[in-house]
Design a protein around this ligand. Sequence first.
Ligand SMILES: Cc1ncc(COP(=O)(O)O)c(C=O)c1O
Length: 383
Amino acid sequence: MNISLASTRAEQLSPFIVMEVLEKAQSMKAQGEDIIHLEVGEPDFATPTPVKEAALRAIQNNDTHYTHSLGKLSLREEIAHYYFRKYGVEISPEQVLVTSGTSPGMLLVFSVLLEKGEEIILPDPYYACYPNFIRFVNGNPVCVPVSEAGGFKYSPEDIKQHLSPLTRAIMVNSPSNPTGSVCSASELKDLADLGQIIIADEIYNGLIYEGEEHTILEFTDRAFVINGFSKLFAMTGWRLGYVIAPREYIRAMQIMQQNFFICASSFAQEGGIAALRDCEKDVKSMVNIYNERRRYLLGRLKEMGIATSHDPSGAFYALGNVKRYTNNSYQFAFEILEQAKVAVTPGIDFGANCEGYIRFSYANSLDNIKEGMNRLEHFLMSK
Ligand SMILES: Cc1ncc(COP(=O)(O)O)c(C=O)c1O
């Protein structure tokens, strides 16, 4: 008998395992253990000063009330300028809806697109929350396994095999969480040329260490871009994001925003303007530091024989292939936590096809990464 009080809709969600690892690591820490955190995808940097100053100014000026539900026009204009400056694409502020983080943006996009039973195609491995969002609005996630040998990127042929009359959109996340892979211009163009709506989660754009970076909007207008300030500007706690959408969907999303969220934080939006306008130097410096950590981490993973065949070149994640040690990444991650005192995320959090991998986040200091790798090496030697 089902004795749960929660609705079926709530019950069918799977937990975000990385949070469970984090919570266990925190309780171990509270008992005096010294834990190295390589599990959470959260920048360890402070939010850049211009952002903090802009928000403080806004608070002092009593800019502490509801804003327009689409977001402040000044921020939406700044977002349009930013996409033009970085990628040469022209978007109108009228296509931009500012949200309280990328996550609510995702909910609005899937909600505006999906009728019951309709499908979103996603690569597996995927960002853990996508299928939950899709199911929550009665859609079906259709996962396309992408291989390590192919750099964890999907080919149009893979996708074509999964298209159906129920397909509503194809999802792409480049740079990717958890794989760190980045799509080239031609790979994004191939996706756009499939003629389907593309949902591009570009939250890690800007965090790229090799090659060029692109937006899907260079290749198609039939796209929803989800982006935010959490990662690039070290603003996870500010809860600020945005959606760039084809104009015809904006009104419906605005109505959902008015009902469900009202608007994003007024002073966080002022911080967002400063982030886009005044933080190029801060971002450059963070990117250089991430890259130094990435190189170090990859070197150690290679020495341990668990590096993947293609180096991750974006975001701040690397997968370790631990298939020769385990086919249960969940258990393995908790073993690493308990025995080596290093918190990592089990691959299974990111899809069935990510079993046999663990994810490392290098959003932590080089010293901590070094210590984490020393401990992991010792742990693996005991296996
Ligand atoms: C791929 C991806 N999209 C979205 C998010 C959520 O970001 P936000 O803090 O803007 O809600 C994350 C956070 O880890 C992520 O990795």
